[in-house]
Design a protein around this ligand. Structure first.
Ligand code: PGA
Length: 254
């Protein structure tokens, strides 16, 4: 059985004080939530404080990005995987569409970041997803397949088994327009078949596939009822403790 993961991506929101305020409100709301793994990705500046506050809890910390170079080295502005781990995170998001769109992230640099994360012992959450024009042109699967195979190029099956994949259609991020559960399921099944082709049945069956893009308390349960959706990567709705907790606790509403 694949244990679900509900992850919150805070993007460029929250000072350290705001992050700690969130944690104080959020932790008691999910203290009994053992049905899924819970992950929060604060900005780099808040990782250490949040991780220290959540030590010994059932909430894990992720970074939102990681340097492609293992380092240490002369790479101004970059944060290495071992630094992230040192600050208290166990996971990192890689290749988010905002990084691809606004900061020139490519499939090659995504691949290098995955390697750097794996070497340092971080669990990568690899983001893939098509733009609206790709979907309208009937190229959604082709685009996702290319991102997946280039992003995971030259990995062994045991390395691949440590990766979590987030399918985030760009047209659904921050737009309030969620993919229907059926559309998301279709792409998740397609992604799982791609993993099966690249790394075999065992890895395909184990790999957790998260959906991201306008996930909210009122649509999480139907998304999670799809057979190939193993969790969610949540942006906007993860910023408020009550709303993120009701996404984490989606089971109770079924
Ligand atoms: P959203 O963002 O939930 O605000 O659409 C999701 C994401 O970008 O990970």
């Amino acid at each position: 059985m694949r244990k679900p993961i509900i992850a919150g991506n805070w993007k460029m929101y929250k000072t350290i004080a705001e992050a700690l305020e969130f944690v104080q409100a959020f932790r008691p709301l999910v203290v009994a939530s053992t049905h899924c793994e819970i992950v929060i990705a604060p900005p780099f500046t808040a990782i250490k404080s949040v991780a220290a506050r959540l030590d010994g809890s059932n909430i894990d910390i992720a970074a939102q990005d990681v340097a492609a170079e293992p380092g240490p080295g002369a790479f101004t502005g970059e944060v290495s995987a071992s630094m992230i781990k040192d600050a208290g995170a166990r996971w990192t998001i890689i290749g988010h569409s905002e990084r691809r769109q606004f900061y020139g992230e490519t499939d090659d640099s995504v691949n290098a970041r995955i390697r750097a994360a794996l070497v340092a012992g971080l669990s990568p959450i690899l983001c893939v997803g098509e733009r609206l024009e790709d979907r309208d042109a009937g190229r959604a699967e082709e685009v996702v397949e290319a991102q997946l195979s280039a992003g995971m190029r030259n990995l062994t099956a045991s390395e691949a088994s440590r990766i979590i994949i987030a399918y985030e259609p760009v047209w659904a991020i921050g737009t309030g327009r969620t993919a229907t559960p059926e559309t998301a399921q279709q792409m998740h099944a397609f992604i799982r078949s791609g993993i099966r082709r690249m790394f075999g049945e065992g890895v395909a069956e184990e790999t957790r596939l998260l959906y991201g893009g306008s996930v909210k308390p009122d649509n999480i349960a139907t998304l999670m009822s799809q057979p190939d959706i193993d969790g969610a990567l949540v942006g906007g709705a993860s910023l408020e403790a009550g709303s993120f907790a009701s996404i984490v606790n989606y089971k109770e509403k079924r």
